[in-house]
Design a binder for this molecule. Structure first.
Ligand code: ADP
Ligand code: ASP
Ligand code: MG
Length: 473
């Protein structure tokens, strides 16, 4: 046993009781693992509050961010007062909270004066949640006798300058992380590192994208050649669906790399999709576990070895996920058959808007191509595609570029599906029985997933109908 990275999500550190549970989990791991690194999210809801403060300030509102600052103080002080007993430690921690909340207020004030929140400013502001939380967690660890030190990942994770979805630069990150953390680990200290954030080579704070603390754990796992990465959250592991949509969801004991990748990519919030690849490629074991039920083993992510893992759930279908807030864009026209490179040009135009497409479906006649993008990007994507095909649209080779808003992508995942005929038929049958209209279909080339586009209104009913096939075959 060597190095273990444990990442705790927002609910795992969202209250004094949760931080105590987290600290106990870390304490229990210490005798077993010579080197333990903790990665932590902001207290639950804090990142949303920070971003709301920035957004309202940018919109000309000079009051909301001040009342949010009050809420942030109150929230962190109340957790602190329930946690730390030694008065000296408590006053140091309170002063630190005061500094960060003060920074939030001055950044929002600047945004308010400028009337604009740049991606760079949003990263500086949203980074504060994690910078606050690690102070509280490290203090609690020390209070129960675990040597710990809060560390800001801007000292470790070097990224490019894509604010809000920054990409780590592996070689630089490896050198910085090892330089900073190995001496602490050698002394038996547990670093408590902020998830979600990094910094450019010039030291400007960046963030890795919403939900990115999972990715932080993977980045540190790779940099430290860790043996295992454990993601602690508020459910028993990866489940057959989001238990908030269907409380009958069951925990899966194992999923393959490919299955979890598809599920995470298609909306299962339990794991950030970028977490998986770096960890699995290096053979680092990955587990999802429940902070509030630590005895439960959780879900293990395993390599694809050709075997179907886990319980023999119906026909190899393991789970169903949903991504909301999508628009389906269709490019169509009978003249398209004669126009070379329609697909390449369509997606070239989309790529120029820096939009990533979640799903593509093309009729075999090539008379239409449809794909989905997030709702907020619809108008820029349509404009780019129309511009690309200006001449074809004028000549009527392409009839129209149309948008169908407020749709969702429902994805059924399971490696065993490729060995089981008739899965699509059963899925369509289940939706038909609920009178849910399927707008478009795409099957992943790995045959490990099938995605369907349905109307937003039908989202939960569609997930539940498919989920019933999994849990009551
Ligand atoms: P954390 O703050 O710990 O990162 P998240 O809220 O990001 O936690 O992710 C955990 C949540 O993901 C669960 O509470 C659950 O509602 C949701 N979720 C969505 N799909 C799944 C799934 N297939 N399995 C488990 N949880 C899921
Ligand atoms: N706190 C960040 C967020 O809410 C990162 C994370 O929790 O993973 O998006
Ligand atoms: Mg998360």
């Amino acid at each position: 046993m060597g190095t273990l990275i444990m990442k705790f999500g927002g609910t795992s550190v969202g209250s004094a009781a949760a931080i105590c549970a987290t600290a106990q989990i870390v304490q229990a791991a210490r005798p077993v693992w010579p080197q333990v690194v903790v990665v932590a999210s902001a207290l639950s809801g804090v990142t949303d509050l920070l971003l709301k403060g920035a957004q309202t300030a940018a919109d000309g509102d000079a009051h909301t961010f001040r009342s949010i600052a009050q809420d942030l103080r109150a929230k962190h002080f109340s957790v602190l007062s329930d946690l730390i007993k030694p008065p000296e430690q408590a006053s140091v921690a309170r002063a630190t909270v005061e500094v960060y909340v003060g920074e939030f207020e001055s950044l929002c004030h600047a945004v308010n004066v400028l009337g604009e929140a740049s991606p760079r400013a949003l990263d500086a502001i949203s980074s504060l949640g994690e910078r606050l939380s690690v102070q509280l967690i490290a203090a609690q660890l020390k209070a129960i006798g675990v040597a710990a030190e809060p560390i800001e990942a801007s000292e470790l994770v070097v990224t490019d300058g894509h604010f809000q979805t920054a990409n780590p630069i592996e070689t630089l990150t490896r050198a910085k992380t090892r330089g900073r953390l190995l001496p602490l680990l050698a002394k038996g200290v547990t670093p408590v590192v902020t998830g979600f954030i990094g910094a450019t080579q010039d030291g400007v704070i960046t963030t890795l994208g919403r939900g990115g603390s999972d990715f932080s754990a993977a980045i540190l796992g790779v940099a430290l050649d860790a043996d295992e990465v454990w993601i602690w959250t508020d459910v028993d592991g990866v489940m057959t669906t989001d238990p908030r949509i269907d409380p009958a969801a069951q925990t899966l004991s194992a999923l393959t790399f490919r299955e979890i990748s598809e599920l995470a990519y298609y909306g299962a919030k339990v794991l950030h999709p970028k977490t998986i690849r770096p960890v699995v490629e290096r053979g680092i074991a990955l587990w999802i576990k429940n902070t509030f039920n630590p005895k439960y083993p959780g879900t293990q992510i395993v390599r694809d070895n050709g075997h179907v893992t886990g319980r023999p759930i119906h026909g190899g279908v393991k789970a169903v996920a949903v991504i909301r807030g999508q628009t389906m864009i269709t490019v169509e026209g009978r003249g398209m058959l004669g126009v070379p490179g329609v697909a390449a040009r369509t997606f070239g135009a989309v790529a120029r808007t820096h939009t990533s497409v979640s799903l593509i479906s093309q009729a075999s006649s090539e008379q239409s191509i449809c794909f989905t993008v997030p709702d907020s990007l619809t108008s820029s994507v349509i404009a780019a595609v129309q511009e690309e095909f200006r001449r074809e649209l004028a000549d009527r080779d392409i009839d129209a570029v149309t948008a169908l808003e407020q749709v969702v992508i429902v994805t059924v995942v399971g490696a065993g599906m490729r060995h089981t005929p008739g899965i699509s038929g059963r899925v369509f049958g289940a939706l038909g029985a609920e009178r849910i209209n399927i707008i478009a279909i795409a099957q992943g080339s790995s045959e490990c997933s099938i995605s369907l586009i349905v109307d937003q209104q039908d989202a939960d009913a569609a997930v539940r109908a498919i989920h019933r096939l999994i849990v009551n075959p």
